[in-house]
Design a binder for this molecule. Structure first.
Ligand code: ZN
Length: 483
């Protein structure tokens, strides 16, 4: 498999460090609020990567942190702790907030059919790991104590910017509006490893340390949690593109200074989900959640399908119209799969293997899910019996995770029930949509035919045609589509 590596800015042949296991680390959510669907785009694409690696035979151990302390509102080292801010907003304790939003995050993931990583570790569980790393960084001169905090000294590095296709000025934490310059820092990009002096006296969670009672910085938690569960090296580290700087840059700085060798080989970054007015974020007006999509009548898996239709390294523009299109295409896909007959067999394994080859060629090329979806449509057009097509679709869906067979089976059941309810007269919408008015007209035409009133039957058919609806008679029913 070729996978783009943000650290080298090249597509590279993926070869894990150890033949028997792929070590994968994912930056998890800061659980102070609901995840918005832009955040969830990253988790969907990372889920596809993990599942694809397993699909082609790798063992994967995937670890994710839950940030329940130490993530400040500026995403850097200044401002208020996001957890504390959430707790204040909702008049709850930090632990209550963490529990509530961790559960909410995994509920959203379940609705999007995202697998829970093998290890999910809250940042507050690993204080000893952070202290161990920071102590060594202090001993070796990579860290210093100033104004009550421990900072990482970026001037000690030969190379600090790893993902330097970013404009440094755009990302310079010191110049952001509303963020105070931290005068304890020796260098602009130095960052806090351990806080003992918070501006906020009521910082809820604190621990003892060699530098005083305090709490860890945000960046150290991912290094500590990764090393605790995956050891001294890592194959793939993933996250949203906004984590590349400063978060991942700082993770590399502290991890490699601590270990004395290269830490992680591949860096995978998923690009933003934009709205038509710009980047989606919690602070801008457009805060879209999975629950909101559901309230508006969308299937969360239609959002997953929407994400899969584009490449993870391209920004994706969200609009309700785009989501409508994805929902329509997803329904139609389910309807087409439902029309396949499982009993039309046997499965031709050589045809499945040939179809699979095309699917893998797409995913092997830097996880091209959009071509993976095309390979799925190719199955429907393939010269093969239905059981063979269903076998191929079921296979691809181990990676795409759109619940295609499950939804198609439910659709078949639904059609069967309609058949019984309608006295053996089935109405099939070829697009998968349902329209009560059109269905009523079709039934009226059927009644007219039964009563041998063929003039009326033809009149209804012509009226539907004039309204852009084409009817085809099938045994014991009719199917229709818009033309
Ligand atoms: Zn992280």
């Amino acid at each position: 498999m070729y996978l783009y590596n943000s650290a080298t800015r090249k597509k590279e042949l993926f070869v894990p460090n150890h033949p028997d296991i792929v070590k994968m680390y994912t930056c998890g959510p800061t659980v102070y609020h609901y995840a918005h669907i832009g955040n969830l785009r990253s988790y969907i694409m990372e889920d596809v990567l993990e599942k694809y690696l397993r699909y082609v035979g790798y063992n994967v151990k995937r670890v994710m942190n839950i940030t329940d302390v130490g993530h400040l509102t500026s995403d850097a080292d200044e401002g208020e702790d996001k957890m504390l801010k959430g707790a204040r907003r909702e008049h709850k304790t930090v632990l209550e907030i963490a529990k509530y939003y961790t559960d909410a995050f995994f509920d959203d993931c379940a609705k999007l059919n995202i697998k829970t990583p093998d290890v999910v570790e809250p940042a507050t569980n690993c204080i000893d790991e952070y202290i161990k790393i920071i102590s060594k960084l202090m001993d070796t001169g990579y860290a210093y104590f100033a104004g009550g905090n421990v900072y990482f000294d970026t001037s000690k590095l030969d190379r600090y910017y790893i993902f330097n296709d970013f404009k440094e000025d755009d990302l310079n934490v010191g110049v952001r509006e509303g963020v105070e310059e931290d005068t304890n820092k020796r260098n602009k990009n130095d960052f806090v490893l351990w806080f003992t002096k918070s501006k906020f006296e009521d910082q809820a969670l604190k621990w003892d340390s060699p530098w005083g009672v305090g709490y860890p910085g945000w960046h150290i938690e991912c290094s500590g949690i990764s090393m605790k569960h995956l050891g001294d090296d890592l194959d793939i580290h993933c996250g949203g593109i906004d984590n590349a700087f400063p978060h991942h840059t700082n993770e590399i700085a502290q991890s490699e200074s601590y270990l004395g060798h290269k830490w992680c080989n591949w860096w995978m970054h998923v690009l933003h989900l934009n709205t038509t007015s710009g980047k989606m974020s919690k602070s801008s007006g457009e805060f879209l959640t999975v629950s909101l999509l559901e309230q508006k009548g969308y299937d969360p898996l239609a959002y997953r399908f929407f994400c899969l239709q584009s490449h993870y390294r391209k920004s994706l523009v969200f609009s309700w119209e785009n989501l409508d299109n994805a929902q329509g295409a997803y329904n139609k896909l389910i309807a087409r799969i439902a029309a396949l007959k499982p009993e039309d067999g046997p499965v031709d394994e050589s045809v499945v293997a040939a179809l699979k080859e095309k699917f893998c060629a797409a995913l092997d090329n830097d996880l091209n899910t959009s071509l993976g979806v095309t390979a799925l449509y190719d199955v429907l057009k393939a010269k093969a019996n239905d059981a063979t097509k269903l076998a191929a679709i079921g296979s691809f869906d181990q990676v795409l995770s759109l619940r295609l067979l499950e939804k198609a089976a439910a659709k078949r059941e639904e059609l069967k029930k309609q058949t019984v309810a309608a006295g053996e007269f089935t109405i099939i919408s070829e697009s998968g949509e349902s329209d009560a008015e059109i269905e009523a007209q079709i039934r009226a035409r059927q009644d007219a035919k039964k009563a041998k009133n063929f003039a009326e039957a033809d009149r209804i058919r012509d009226a539907l045609k004039a309204a852009g609806v084409e009817l085809t008679d099938i045994p014991h029913g009719a199917k229709w589509k818009r033309v």
